[in-house]
Ligand binder design. Structure first.
Ligand SMILES: C[S@@+](CC[C@H](N)C(=O)[O-])C[C@H]1O[C@@H](n2cnc3c(N)ncnc32)[C@H](O)[C@@H]1O
Length: 241
C-alpha cells in the first residue's frame, strides 16, 4: 500500500473518529451537503441505492441518508472507521480504496465523496471509479479544497506550510513522548479548472457550486460562474447521461 494511504489506516482514524463528532459535528456545511443530496433524491423514486466513497464513520452523511430509508453503501480505507458505521441499519460499510472501486457496471443512483478528495493523489482515478459505479441517469457529487484560494494556498497548499505542519506534528509528538514521524496528513488542494476538465471528461452535465465558510450561506450552495473561482470550497454535481 502507498505510504500516504497507510497513514489513513494507521494514524488518521484515531483523530477522525473523535473530530467528526466533537470538532465538526453537523454544522452549516454538513447541513448544506445533506440538503443538496436530498434535493436530488426528492426527484428520484424512493429507496435509492447510494455510495459514499471515503465515508469515515458514516456520520453525518451516510447515517442520515440511511435513516431516510435509502440503501447506503459506504467505503473507506480504514476498517477502524467503517466498523463504527456498521451499527446503523440500512448502512452497509466496506473497506476499499476509492481509486480502485472495481465496480463493473453502474449500480448506484448517487455516488458521492465529501470532505475527502484532497486526500486522493489520483483524482482522475477517483472520478473514473465514481463514474463507473453510478447508473446512467444517476449523479456523482464531489467537493474540492480550492488550491487557487489564497487562504488555502497560504495555510495548506505550498511546500513551506507542509514543512511547518510536519514540524508542529513532531513537536506535539515530542511533548507527548511519541516517536517522531515523517508523515503528516497528506492534503492536496485541487485546481478548480483542472477538476472541471476531469469531471467533464466523464460527464456531459456538470454543475459547479460554491461554498464560502467565511459567510453565512444559510440557503446552501450556490451555482457559480468562472469569476467566483477562488471560493475555498467548491462542489461538483455531475449527471451521468
Ligand atoms: C475527512 S475524512 C471524511 C469522511 C467522511 N466523508 C465525512 O465527510 O465525514 C476523510 C476520509 O477519507 C478516507 N480516505 C483517504 N484516502 C482514501 C482512499 N484512497 N480510499 C478510501 N478512503 C480514503 C480516510 O480514511 C478518511 O476516513
Amino acid at each position: 500500500m502507498e505510504k500516504h494511504k497507510k497513514y489513513f489506516v494507521d494514524s488518521y482514524p484515531r483523530y477522525w473518529k473523535d473530530a467528526v463528532l466533537n470538532k465538526y459535528g453537523v454544522g452549516e456545511y454538513e447541513t448544506a451537503v445533506l440538503q443538496l443530496i436530498n434535493s436530488i433524491l426528492e426527484r428520484m423514486a424512493p429507496d435509492r441505492r447510494i455510495l459514499e466513497v471515503a465515508m469515515g464513520t458514516g456520520f453525518p452523511f451516510a447515517v442520515n441518508l440511511a435513516k431516510r430509508g435509502h440503501q447506503v453503501y459506504g467505503m473507506d480505507l480504514s476498517f477502524e472507521l467503517v466498523k463504527i458505521g456498521a451499527s446503523s441499519s440500512r448502512l452497509y460499510p466496506f473497506v476499499g480504496d476509492g481509486e480502485m472501486l472495481g465496480t463493473r457496471g453502474g449500480v448506484f443512483d448517487i455516488t458521492y465523496c465529501i470532505r475527502s478528495s484532497w486526500y486522493f493523489k489520483n483524482l482522475n482515478g477517483l472520478i473514473r471509479e465514481m463514474f463507473t459505479a453510478t447508473k446512467v441517469g444517476g449523479y456523482v457529487i464531489l467537493d474540492i479544497m480550492n488550491g487557487r484560494n489564497w487562504f488555502i494556498w497560504l495555510t495548506i497548499g505550498n511546500a513551506y506550510t507542509c514543512a511547518l505542519r510536519l514540524l508542529l506534528v513532531n513537536l506535539k509528538r515530542v511533548l507527548t513522548k511519541k516517536p517522531l514521524t515523517l508523515l503528516s496528513c497528506p492534503t492536496t488542494p485541487s485546481d478548480p479548472s483542472k477538476c472541471y476538465a476531469l469531471v467533464s471528461h466523464y460527464f456531459s452535465e456538470v454543475k459547479m457550486m460554491y461554498w464560502d465558510f467565511r459567510y453565512d450561506l444559510s440557503d446552501g450552495f450556490r451555482e457559480m460562474s468562472d469569476s467566483n473561482i477562488n471560493y475555498p470550497r467548491l462542489i461538483y454535481v455531475c449527471k451521468k447521461k
